[in-house]
Design a protein around this ligand. Sequence first.
Ligand code: HEC
Ligand code: HEC
Length: 447
Amino acid sequence: MTRFAFAAFAPLIVCVFAFAAEKEPSPSEKGYKALTQTAFIPAFWTQQAVPNVWKQWGVAEKPADYDAAVLERYGLHAAPYPNDGLPMGLRKASRVLNVGVGIDCMLCHAGSILGKSYVGLGNSTLDVQALFEEMAKADGLSGKLPFTFSNVRGTTEAGGFGVYLLGFRNPDLTLRSPRKELGLRDDQCEDVPAWWLMKKKKTIYHTGATDSRSVRTLMQFMMHPFTTPKDFEKHEPAFRDIQQYLVNLEPPKYPFPIDKDKAANGETLFKNNCAKCHGTYGEKWTYPNKVIALDEIGTDPTRHKGIDIAYGNEYSASWFGKEKIGWFVNGLPLRATDGYQAPPLDGIWATAPYFHNASVPTLDGVLNSKARPKLYTRSYKTDEADYDKVKVGWKVTEVRDPPKLTPPELRKIYDTTKPGRGNAGHIYGDDFTDEQRARVIEYLKTL
Ligand code: HEC
Ligand code: HEC
């Protein structure tokens, strides 16, 4: 380096050191960095897949605003952090001989609402099935998937991923062949819980099956066929930081006016009818962390039955179940519960659609089982025009007869008669008058 170049850079170097000396990043800050900047698994596709994928869309030419068209086609969202020009959820990663594009946690765990992207908001617009099929075809492959990745847009078969991939691993996470059948199901239509609820939860997943302090549970995502047991060991500290980031996240605030008197009135109704399961809010919050039995809650049982004891036993006996955290310290296995966990409702205004299978598009429907749409579609956009401020959630269009569509258009129809997609149960708001229901909804906006 010439003396001139060094002189030019010197102030910058001084600045960097001064900053570093000032403050060591917290585990949560390190976690955010690891989450948004590390490729934990190799790439699935070449770097040409994104620019070429429009050829799979049945259009004559490349759409003019191509970046926006890609976001809309797959339900992806702009990244609020440096991401090599890719949307959230896609990530530059290594391939065997070069660099390609893969996925990360934000594919499902980041979304947008009212035009703003948030890490930790479940992605309610994603079409992961179309993404995997079409990106593979763009690379000249068949695009055939080993099982269904998504049945309806905004939901994924994430549980199926875990069951499928664990079948290829021995307890020490070395590869096993052929795959052990652990009860794979691909009709669970799972909604993604918001990460900011982690701070209150003692147990996680819709059934409350895992200790929320488990770090290794977050690492199931790494079971790509090319990762080795050493890779899991190497990245465990990063996932410990990621978990610190998750438990420090806060929900976004409702951005429109709230009627204070109406909300205060709704709070009383909430305390009398809902708090025993969903807890209380404000500075001295409480959260009972209850799992409600299937026959009492009455929501669709498919997800509950979909991940069974064969998987639980295999998981508990493997490296994942051997961590020295939470109940795993005492060698306890994954928990088999009898129902679904009543989640905390912080930031609930932003996390439509509702229930573990995303079957109910608004809070009004959650609180009135008779008013829930049975067959419907929505824009799968997240702007103000798509948001229903009265019912609170997504605006939907009801459809009369099952339409004769083919995928991916068919995945934009939510059909509550299909397996995993039932919208029954949770009738705790049914006896409210419309006025009472509106007050409870006003209160829910404040959480
Ligand atoms: C393909 C989509 C997808 C990807 C990718 C994904 N998740 Fe998830 N995640 C889900 C779904 C769906 C659930 C709910 C599962 C259930 O209980 O049925 C979930 C649940 C969770 C939960 C429990 C939340 C709760 O409150 O119950 C955590 C924590 C979590 N994921 C972390 C991660 C991390 C960290 C990554 C990346 C390393 C990741 N996930 C990647 C879809 C995904
Ligand atoms: C007996 C316990 C219980 C009572 C009482 C109860 N809930 Fe729930 N609630 C649950 C459970 C369990 C779930 C999760 C059901 C599922 O996903 O299948 C749930 C889900 C919800 C959801 C959707 C959460 C999400 O993220 O999708 C909302 C909103 C909600 N309840 C609001 C209320 C309100 C308001 C009341 C009072 C009128 C109430 N609940 C009363 C147990 C209860």
